[in-house]
Design a protein around this ligand. Sequence first.
Ligand SMILES: [Zn+2]
Length: 370
Amino acid sequence: MTGQSRPPALHLRGVFLPQEQERDAWIVDGRLSFTPVPDAETIADRGWIIPGFVDAHCHIGLSPSGHEPDPDGQAKQAILDRDAGALLLRDAGSPVDNRSVQARADLPRLVRAGRHIARPKRYIRDLGVEVEPADLVAEVERQAAAGDGWVKIAADWIDRTQGERSDLAPVWPDEILAAAVARAHELGVRVAAHVFGEDALPGLIAAGLDSIEHGCGITADLLDEVVRRGIAVVPTLINIDTFPMIAAQGAEKYPTYSAHMRALHATSRERIRSAYEAGVQLFVGTDAGGLLQHGLVREEITALVQAGLPQPEVIAQASWRARQWLGFAGLVEGAEADLIVYDSDPRVDLATLYEPRRIVLRGRVVSPIG
Ligand SMILES: [Zn+2]
């Protein structure tokens, strides 16, 4: 990156994951090498070395208090994520330009989805680009050009036209969704969709989207097809834990919706566990930027483990598997040196996640310094 001196060569030794191999490695010009380099500074001589975590669903430029167009404010968010171990972020839609993060070598890598594509009155106000179904395909084209290989569609939300019977409902007709996903794929772009409830899922899955965000409405009858199509689910359990609060706010005016949100929360762990057991690929996303602060990747990892997923699997999803899904390498010769050194094996010890010995991003120790 501009204005920065060439970083010194670094040396580290430890057990590399997922290979589970104890070895020496060197970092030169931001990249990993297993060929010895003279005069390298040793930054770790033991421990467990893991590819940096991925927050597969967060929002840089969005905070619980509103939009954050200021690059310094965006950097603060990204640093919270980084210091929690998330060295690669998939931004699941931002209302503001957050490319400033990509210009700074000390901030996590960022894969952006452009702006949320929503429908008027069918999503959080002022967050997404709002279009009617007839314009969905054209908006997908625009956001495909604006992002880094992903577009984000808000695919279910409360339909407030039904009085007290108002409930979560699909936002888009199935055939429009199918055309939108097909167009994104023609353009080489993947599609992520926000979906809380059950009813939007069959249409999305039939359309062949790439990732279901939240997905707490997933039902057993859909799992085989989700697996067959290689569709990922990013559960954002710590965000689903805000559902009882959202339900309480709407309880009087929208009792059906409120009860539905409570039920989705109550069954979320069981449904995500069933998805895991059926072989659905799951990734770790916090949804930071909406109701939650940044820097919570460890809390989402913990929530998934507490939901009953095997801890080694959750660590794999949060680290090398998510990197691979987004097109980034693991800890192999020549790979970007984005890694964390822990004193003990994070696959068996979650407490170690809170005491990283070293966090290395683009070949530099970013935390803890010294
Ligand atoms: Zn989100």
